[in-house]
Design a protein around this ligand. Structure first.
Ligand code: SAH
Ligand code: SF4
Ligand code: F3S
Length: 439
């Protein structure tokens, strides 16, 4: 009988990718995935440390797993992986003795060994080494029955924004060699994948070696990937405004497989706050980049992230963020109240705002962004869009896919259209999705 594994991913898409690789590593050991953790022999929590709430959620989940699973089945093993594992290491074992092993995002290739050790010994394992280059060479890459795939091409970050844990949890910037990436994508393409999203904490800082050991940038990688016939769509995220170079911008015009969508987080519309955040660009430079992209691809959809209530943010700074949003008009955006992270420099800046002010600012900002999202989606009603179908919807005959602009699109079909790119006419819109009929 197969052993059962349950993996929960928190946080970003790079964790989703890592979780898939963790599962691939356990398959040869006889594991199969279950959706019900009470049936599991092994539970992996692939955690996120980006904001306080994300980290605390992990500890409350551990408490629940202890009661609901491990007290009933003491043989079930529990591993904490991901960015909380990296940041807290041994501390997790001290706080939650029920945990068998702690493994960081750059060392989970050692999972088979770790499993052996925790199976045969009473020992607890903490493995938080940084081994990005070794990691990718020691993973398995499989993908089944999916029309889209994420693939990590770049890891870590050297930018050190003052609020962010990523440089500490994921380590320094590392770019995978082009050949390895192409090999992995070809494997996915063979199993039916049509759309690839290239992932990295700073994906547009990509500078991997080609086969001749020449360093190449992201636009080169995108062009190489687009030579794979079965790959029809390419996306990338997350990009840093500072690394948005002209060749990548031009690629949006010259490469028809590169989708017209760009996630480019600005965080704040105030130069004073951007400086305190150590973001390394000004509002004017950001606007200039957006203008440049639009001059090559005028229909590009722009998305962003915002932090409100950063220490030192005044009403005036916040108004500047609102003005910037009004000027740029985002197709979608994510926004968060600043969360002080242990060990990051921003925790030393005096916080002048109370929670009520921060919440009021977040509400105002999200109301504006939601309106923009709603307005943006309304523009498509009555228009035709090509949609790559990803999965079944909730209702019978319903399917869900993605437009070239990254919107979710719902439609009905009597035949199974998963994996195909269908021509649709948009009949309705909300702030988060479109509904369409197949033409
Ligand atoms: N590398 C990307 C962002 C990665 S983190 C970039 O530089 O844009 C994803 C988002 O989480 C960030 O864009 C930011 O908006 C948010 N974030 C990161 N640290 C945070 C913190 N301490 N408090 C609140 N939001 C945070
Ligand atoms: Fe974090 Fe992004 Fe800044 Fe890197 S560039 S430190 S990942 S917010
Ligand atoms: Fe979270 Fe780590 Fe991703 S902190 S956002 S899981 S890089």
């Amino acid at each position: 009988m197969k052993k059962k594994i349950f993996i929960k991913s928190y946080g970003c898409q790079m964790n989703v990718y890592d979780s898939e690789r963790m599962y691939d590593l356990t398959k040869p050991l006889g594991y199969e995935m279950v959706n019900d953790k009470s049936k599991a022999d092994l539970i992996i929590l692939n955690t996120c440390h980006i904001r306080d709430k994300a980290s605390e959620k992990v500890y409350s989940d551990i408490g629940r797993i202890k009661k609901q699973v491990i007290e009933k089945n003491p043989k079930c093993k529990l591993i904490v992986a991901g960015c909380v594992a990296q940041a807290e290491g041994q501390e997790i074992l001290n706080r939650s003795p029920i945990v068998n092993a702690v493994v960081g995002p750059q060392s989970y290739q050692n999972l088979p060994n770790i499993l052996k050790k925790i199976d045969s010994e009473k020992n607890k394992i903490v493995n938080t080494d940084f081994e990005s280059n070794l990691k990718f060479d020691n993973l398995n890459y499989e993908k089944n029955n999916s029309s889209t795939a994420f693939i990590t091409v770049q890891e870590g970050c050297d930018k050190f924004c003052t609020f962010c844990v990523v440089p500490y949890t994921r380590g320094y910037e590392y770019s995978r060699p082009i050949e390895d990436i192409i090999k992995e994508i070809k494997k996915y393409a063979k199993s039916g994948v049509k759309e690839i999203t290239l992932l990295g904490q700073n994906v547009n800082a990509y500078h991997g070696y080609d086969i001749n050991k020449i360093e190449r940038k992201l636009d080169y990688l995108i062009n190489k990937i687009s030579e794979i016939n079965d790959i029809k769509r390419i996306r990338y995220m997350t990009s840093h405004p500072k690394d948005m170079n002209i060749n990548l911008i031009k690629c949006h015009k010259d490469n028809s497989k590169l989708m017209p969508f760009l996630h480019l987080p600005i965080q704040s519309g105030s130069n004073k706050i951007l400086k305190k955040m150590n973001r390394k660009y000004s509002v004017e430079e950001y606007e200039h980049t957006i203008d440049a992209i639009k001059s090559y691809r005028d229909d590009i959809a722009i998305s962003s992230d915002f932090i409100v209530g950063f220490p030192g943010e005044t009403d005036d700074d916040f108004d500047k963020t609102m003005s910037l949003i009004n000027k740029i008009k985002f197709s979608i955006a994510y926004s968060f109240i600043y969360s002080p992270r242990p060990g990051t420099p921003a925790t030393e800046i005096k916080d002048n705002n109370n929670l009520l002010i921060k919440k009021a600012r977040l509400l105002a900002l999200q109301t504006l962004l939601k309106k923009q999202q709603d307005d943006y989606n309304k523009l498509f009603v009555g228009k035709k869009l090509n949609v790559l179908i990803e999965k079944k919807g909730r209702n019978s005959n319903q399917f869900v896919g993605r437009s070239i602009y990254n919107q979710s699109v719902f439609m009905n079909s009597n035949t199974n259209i998963i994996g195909s790119i269908v021509k649709t006419k948009i009949i309705n819109s909300t702030n988060f999705a479109l509904s369409a009929e197949v033409i």
